[in-house]
Write a protein of this length. Structure first.
Length: 296
């Protein structure tokens, strides 16, 4: 696939730059020459692999995708992953393009409803990328080298990418990102509220009030989309943030635990070990040089 080869070339060029392009906030490029773990809080995003392969895990759900495939994340989800195919001579190459719910909503209004191909409701899905979708992403990345052209053409290419996803294998799910009262949108708003209050004690009733549904409805929707309860989601956010902080403060286990909302060091140690298989101090040593923080 010629466009996949060019996508790999564009990712390689962009990954060599010191700073991400200010023209497209939220764009993520990944180039890694070794198989390693990744830790992330995903956003609504299209992540395409141009070379290599990766496994992403959220709660008890596992998503494997490789060159020529993409993963869609419909909301903020705590995820861990492992680059499963990479080498110094043939590195893993991936790009994450942010998805905009307002673009999806506008396109849905302009085009009207369609017969859903797939009614899956999940936080993430994987599918094969067709030539047209990859070509649109390549054209968007090309425009980053031409700011004047990006100002005129960039929005149109972004709309095209969203449109192709809205008519792809997971069309129904993508369209729900732009529907304010869909289960996906309700859970996404609840998740954002939890993220904003992740280091505090929260009440499910407060989250439910914020998104305008009952506690029972919130719990049911949340489990269907994320495979977690809201409180389990908060715990994973806390532990994921703690793991990132341990990279910079491996000797301050109690301080890290307290900063993410744990008043009890023993509870922090216990829950961290349950989540990652080892105590935080031991994991902090292991993390040095072995974990990359990416979105795709």
């Amino acid at each position: 696939m010629r466009t996949l080869t060019e996508l790999a070339e564009r990712i390689t060029v962009l990954s060599a730059r010191d700073q991400p392009s200010p023209l497209l906030p939220g764009l993520k490029v990944s180039r890694d020459g070794i198989a390693r773990d990744t830790v992330s809080l995903t956003r609504p995003m299209l992540a395409i692999v141009a070379q290599g392969a990766k496994r992403t895990m959220s709660a008890d759900r596992v998503y494997d995708y490789h060159a020529g495939q993409y993963l869609i994340s419909t909301m903020d989800l705590p995820a861990t992953g492992h680059i499963t195919e990479a080498s110094p001579t043939r590195p893993f190459l991936g790009v994450g393009v942010p998805l905009d719910e307002s673009i999806i909503a506008q396109l849905a209004l302009e085009t009207g409803p369609v017969t859903p191909i797939d009614d899956t409701e999940a936080g993430m899905v994987v599918a094969d990328a067709d030539e047209e979708l990859i070509d649109a992403v390549v054209r968007l990345l090309r425009l980053l080298d031409h700011p004047r052209e990006f100002a005129v053409l960039g929005a149109g290419v972004e709309r095209e990418i969203h449109w192709r996803l809205m008519n792809g294998p997971h069309a129904a799910l993508v369209r729900k990102i732009g529907i304010s009262d869909s289960r996906v949108s309700i859970v996404r708003r609840a998740a954002r509220w939890i993220i904003d209050h992740y280091d505090r004690t929260i009440r499910i009733a407060d989250v439910a009030d914020h998104v305008g549904v009952s506690e029972a409805t919130l719990n049911r929707h949340f489990r269907a989309i994320t495979a977690m309860s809201p409180l389990q989601y908060q715990k994973q956010i806390r532990l994921g943030r703690a793991r990132v902080q341990l990279m910079n403060a491996p000797d301050d286990i109690a301080g890290v635990g307290h900063s993410v909302g744990y008043d009890s060091p023993s509870q922090f140690n216990r829950e961290y070990r349950r989540r990652y298989g080892v105590p935080p101090g031991q994991d902090a040593v292991r993390l040095q040089g072995t974990v990359n923080y990416e979105t795709v």
